[in-house]
Design a protein around this ligand. Structure first.
Ligand SMILES: N[C@@H](CCC(=O)N[C@@H](CS)C(=O)NCC(=O)O)C(=O)O
Length: 315
C-alpha cells in the first residue's frame, strides 16, 4: 500500500511526458504508484496538490510535489542513485538534449500527430488546448503543414541515427552516449514513442532510413520495470495530508536576484499553461525553486519546479 515514501505519478496513458518518467522508473526498476488524471481541465484531485499547475505528469512523494519532468528526473536521480541514469558523459548534456526533445522536436511531433488525427479529437480537447496555450489549436493549419512537418520530424530522428553511427564507428557503444543507456536516451525516447502511439505507420516509414535508431528504440522499450499500484486522486491527497514535506534548509543564498526565504512569490511556466502558483519561497537556486503552500485538503506542501522554463516573481 502506498505511503509517504512512495513515488506517486499523476499521469495518463497517452501522455508522452509521463512516458518519459515511466521509462526512467522502468530503467531504474523502481516501485511506484499511479494516479490516472484527466487529460483536460478540470483536474479536481490534482490542483489541490499543485496550487494551479495543470500539466501532466506531476510526481508526488509524501507532501513533496514535483512539477515538470525536468525536476522529477533530477529528484529521482538524487533519491535513488542506483542504477544511475546520469552516467559519465550524460551530465549537463542530458539537459541540453532535453531542450531540443521537449522544445522543437516535441512541437514538430504535435504538428505531425494532430495534423494526422486532430480531426478525430473531441471538441473539449481542442478547446482545452486552445485555452491552455492562449492561441487557437489549429488542426486545419497542422493538417496543411503535415508534409513539411513530417519531413522535419524525420530529419530530427536522423540526428539520433548519426550519433549511433558515430558510436559504432568509434567502437564506443550502441547507446546515444557510450555503452549503457542513460538520461540522454530517456529524453530522446519520448518523441518516437509519442508518434508510435498515434501514427505508427509514420514511425515505421522513418525507421526505414534509421535502422540503428529502430534497434535502439526497441532496446529501450524492452525495459520491463515494475507494474504500478493504482491509487485514486483522493488517496494521494490523503497521503500528502498525512505526510510532512521533507525538511530543507530554507536558502536563496546562491540566487542572483534579491529573493529571500519566506518571500511571497508566484511561479508559472514560460511556454504554455502559464497558470501562476503562489506560495512562500523556501529554496531558489540555479537548479530549482521550492515553494511552500497550504491546501485545505492536502495541508502543508512543498512544490518543486525547475528554474529553467519557469518565471518567478513576487506575489
Ligand atoms: N515541461 C513540461 C511539459 C509537460 C506537458 O506539456 N505535458 C502535456 C501532456 S504530455 C500537458 O501537460 N498537456 C496538458 C494537460 O495534460 O493538461 C514537463 O516536462 O513536464
Amino acid at each position: 500500500m502506498a505511503n509517504a515514501q512512495s513515488i506517486i505519478l499523476h499521469h495518463f496513458d497517452r501522455s508522452p511526458y509521463s512516458e518519459k518518467i515511466r521509462l526512467a522508473l522502468r530503467m531504474k526498476n523502481l516501485a511506484w504508484s499511479g494516479v490516472e488524471i484527466p487529460s483536460i481541465m478540470p483536474k479536481p484531485d490534482l490542483v489541490p496538490l499543485t496550487g494551479g499547475y495543470r500539466r501532466t505528469p506531476v510526481m508526488q512523494i509524501g507532501a513533496d510535489i514535483f512539477c515538470d519532468t525536468a525536476i522529477m528526473l533530477t529528484e529521482l536521480e538524487r533519491r535513488y542513485q542506483l542504477p544511475s541514469l546520469n552516467l559519465p558523459g550524460h551530465e549537463g548534456l542530458a539537459k541540453m538534449v532535453a531542450g531540443w526533445t521537449d522544445g522543437k522536436w516535441f512541437q514538430t511531433s504535435v504538428g505531425v500527430i494532430f495534423g494526422a488525427v486532430g480531426e478525430h479529437m473531441p471538441k473539449e480537447f481542442i478547446d482545452d488546448r486552445t485555452k491552455m496555450s492562449g492561441r487557437p489549436f489549429d488542426v486545419e493549419g497542422m493538417k496543411a503543414a503535415a508534409p513539411f512537418l513530417r519531413d522535419q520530424w524525420r530529419s530530427q530522428l536522423m540526428w539520433i541515427e548519426e550519433r549511433l553511427e558515430g558510436g559504432r564507428h568509434a567502437g564506443t557503444g550502441d547507446w546515444i552516449v557510450g555503452t549503457k543507456p542513460g538520461m540522454v536516451d530517456v529524453h530522446a525516447f519520448m518523441n518516437p514513442w509519442f508518434v508510435e502511439k498515434n501514427v505508427p505507420d509514420f514511425l515505421e516509414l522513418c525507421f526505414e532510413s534509421a535502422p540503428m535508431t529502430k534497434d535502439w528504440y526497441r532496446r529501450l522499450k524492452d525495459f520491463k520495470g515494475q507494474a504500478p499500484e493504482n491509487l485514486s486522486g483522493a488517496e494521494a491527497i490523503q497521503i500528502a495530508c498525512d505526510a510532512a514535506p521533507r525538511l530543507k534548509p530554507a536558502s536563496t543564498a546562491k540566487d542572483i536576484r534579491d529573493f529571500q526565504p519566506g518571500d511571497k512569490v508566484a511561479i508559472a511556466a514560460d511556454d504554455y499553461a502559464k497558470d501562476w502558483v503562489e506560495g512562500e519561497l523556501v529554496v531558489a537556486n540555479a537548479e530549482r525553486v521550492i515553494i511552500s503552500r497550504f491546501d485545505e485538503r492536502a495541508e502543508n506542501l512543498h512544490l518543486h519546479f525547475p528554474r529553467v522554463g519557469y518565471v518567478l516573481r513576487r506575489a
